[in-house]
Ligand binder design. Structure first.
Ligand SMILES: Cc1cc2nc3c(=O)[nH]c(=O)nc-3n(C[C@H](O)[C@H](O)[C@H](O)COP(=O)(O)OP(=O)(O)OC[C@H]3O[C@@H](n4cnc5c(N)ncnc54)[C@H](O)[C@@H]3O)c2cc1C
Length: 605
């Protein structure tokens, strides 16, 4: 994987060109490489060997505390020590001012080694990044700084038992805490009451405190909650209360663990139901969790969504890396598993030794499929991370374009690897035959761990609705046009290269078909017509984007004839021959506004 990562970062994305920007001027190709080396080593030594252990020794709650294996404590401590929690932050915030593309590439090693052990740190930097963007200077200093240093870890508390995809139905209430609620240095002080479901890393003893970022509604003067997302605000709710210097006051906040969820995979990250303000730990004699508001009332979801692009690319990259882990494991297995003989005259002699299964065309098909999914997914995630760098440090026009492209590509960067790198994990099990169906090999765990990614951070269905319902129609279709023009540039370049003109033409037809289907889906102007097939649209869109990514990668890979590059060309050929044609089936229901799903009645099932 490292050779592919280096190829994509340097040969394809030209990460070194970022060094000319003032923000990254202190870095060099050597510092980039040393960050990757360090993370690869920590992941290999502290994470990977314990990935099975954290799956079998699930977090355990004894009524007082949650217990995690010692390995999780050691791994998270090593991660904190590496400074990666604040990798992309300014120097004066304790960071390294690393480009997002290098930070994400470095974090990829942890997702591959043990996605569940890596979860605590990923949530913490997401939480602290949000506070850097929306917190007051003191909130940044007290909360974000202590998270970046690893003294405290963080969570994201959005979901509730009755409000998952539909966050507008959040029912947690936040009421001003006393007459002087607005004079608190840490931010306007509220009392929160409600239940938050599925909260990852919601309870543990890895750090002395846990900083929850909680979505809640402030009731109006009539005591009622404002319906919809407009009523949602954001609060910092520490598990243990602190003063404005960041010192623990010794008081426990009124946040109680109601229970742990027992999951299919990702078991090494605790997953919790948290009760806020039920009176289990009264503060100053009163029930209600103390929370400090971040941003203005009613802007909670906007603040959260500010973070979503990076978080969703991160989820996609996590899915890619689980796919990569399975791909490498199944490749290694296929090389040493003897079974069966060649088709044709060479295999006629039953006394001849069996072939390693990697020699069979059908096994190569399964390996090539995995390779095209995971390396394509990695390229897409890194491309998006590179867009984040452009957004933050590029010239104004380039930054604006990067922002628009990111808006378009984020649902794909999140959903495509979640579906297809999960499929890669399924193929990795298949390559192992019966052994893949046992717990003696890791591939089943990779599949279980990866199954989460189509569910959290916006389900697959919600990503489709976002893409077709919002992203492709925003600004009169400006984002779609910009993306189409980028794809067309790649097609144009491919037209001049021997061997690439044909896939270029196939991609041009696919792009044209996608555009026509988009128009047809919206031709009645009725969202219920268009959006009934939002998921097949998402799938087709994703495959077109990945075909583009593969063609663009091939334009670079074809310059060299090493095995690495030859492998990239074969994966590109595979994707165009076996995958891109699938879009026809998906787009035909979209363009025809097929209504069977919409028409189906509950009592016909
Ligand atoms: C292991 C794990 C970790 C998680 N970590 C966190 C966390 O740290 N913080 C946090 O806040 N949340 C977390 N979540 C919650 C996660 O984000 C939600 O599970 C997810 O948003 C879906 O919500 P739900 O489970 O209520 O399902 P629902 O919203 O009930 O969805 C069920 C199904 O209905 C579909 N559906 C729902 N609404 C629509 C619609 N309008 N149109 C079409 N289809 C629809 C969905 O696509 C889905 O297939 C986690 C979940 C899990 C399982």
């Amino acid at each position: 994987m490292r050779d592919t990562l280096d190829f994509l970062l340097h040969d394809w994305l030209d990460a070194a060109s970022l060094l000319q920007r003032a923000r990254f001027a202190d870095h060099s190709p050597e510092t980039f490489a040393s960050v990757l080396d360090t993370c690869e080593r920590i992941a290999r030594e502290k994470f990977a060997p314990f990935n099975r252990l954290v799956d079998t020794e699930e977090p355990r709650f004894d009524g007082e505390q949650v217990h995690l294996p010692q390995a999780t404590h050691a791994a998270t401590a090593a991660y904190v020590e590496s400074g990666m929690l604040a990798a992309a932050q300014d120097y004066d915030a304790g960071g390294m001012q690393l480009p997002c593309v290098i930070e994400m590439a470095a974090n990829a090693f942890f997702s591959k080694a043990s996605v569940a052990m890596g979860g605590y740190a990923m949530l913490t930097s997401g939480n602290a990044n949000l506070l850097m963007a929306h917190g007051t200077p003191l909130q940044r200093e007290v909360f974000a700084r202590n998270e970046f240093s690893g003294r405290w870890f963080g969570t994201m508390c959005l979901s509730e038992p009755q409000a998952g995809s539909s966050l507008s139905d959040v029912a947690t209430r936040a009421v001003p805490d006393g007459e002087d609620f607005d004079s608190e240095a840490l931010g306007p002080r509220y009392r929160l009451r409600g239940n938050k479901m599925w909260i990852s890393a919601g309870e543990h003893e890895l750090t002395e405190n846990i900083i929850h970022l909680v979505l809640a509604k402030i009731p109006g003067p009539d005591g009622k909650l404002v319906p919809g997302t407009r009523g949602i605000s954001l609060f910092i709710v520490p598990k243990r209360l602190i003063d404005d210097q960041g010192r623990l006051t010794g008081e426990r906040n009124d946040v109680a663990l109601a229970g742990l969820n027992h999951k299919l995979g990702y078991r090494g990250t605790t997953n919790t139901l948290l009760n806020f303000g039920e009176g289990r730990f009264p503060v100053r004699g009163e029930a209600g969790a103390i929370g400090y508001r971040v941003g203005r009332p009613g802007e909670g979801l906007r603040c959260m969504f500010h973070m979503m692009n990076e978080a969703r690319i991160g989820v996609g990259l996590g899915a890619v890396m689980l796919g990569f882990a399975g791909y490498e494991a199944s490749l290694e297995y296929a090389r040493q598993r003897p079974q069966g003989r060649a088709i044709g005259p060479a295999g006629k002699d039953p006394a001849s030794p069996p072939l390693p299964i990697v020699q069979h065309a059908d096994v190569k098909r399964m390996l090539l499929a995995q390779k095209s999914y995971v390396e394509g997914g990695l390229a897409l995630a890194l491309y998006c991370a590179r867009l984040v760098d452009e957004l933050h440090t590029g010239e104004p026009d380039a930054a604006r374009e990067a922002g628009t492209l990111l808006e378009m590509l984020t649902p794909i960067a999140k959903s495509w690897p979640s579906e297809w790198c999960l499929e890669a994990n399924s193929l990795a099990i298949q390559v192992h035959g019966g052994y893949g169906y046992t717990r003696d090999f890791m591939v089943e765990q990779y599949w279980r761990d990866n199954r989460l990614n189509m569910i959290h951070e916006g389900t697959h269905g919600i990503q489709g609705l976002d893409l077709l319902g919002r992203k492709v129609v925003m600004d009169g279709g400006a984002g779609l046009k910009l993306l189409a023009s980028r794809i067309s540039q790649t097609i144009e370049r491919a037209g001049h290269e021997v061997g690439l003109a044909e896939p270029g033409n196939a991609l041009a037809s696919a792009l044209q078909r996608l555009g026509a289907a988009t128009k047809a889906a919206w031709s009645t102007g009725l969202p219920e017509d268009a959006l009934a097939n939002a998921t097949p649209y998402l799938q087709a869109f994703g495959h077109v984007v990945l075909a583009w990514i593969w063609l663009d990668v091939a334009l670079v890979a074809r310059r060299s004839h090493s095995g690495l590059e030859a492998g990239k060309m074969a994966a590109m050929r595979y994707f165009f021959a076996y995958e891109l044609p699938k879009i026809e089936a998906w787009l035909s229901v979209v363009a025809g506004r097929e209504s069977v799903c919409r028409d189906m009645q509950d009592d016909w099932f």
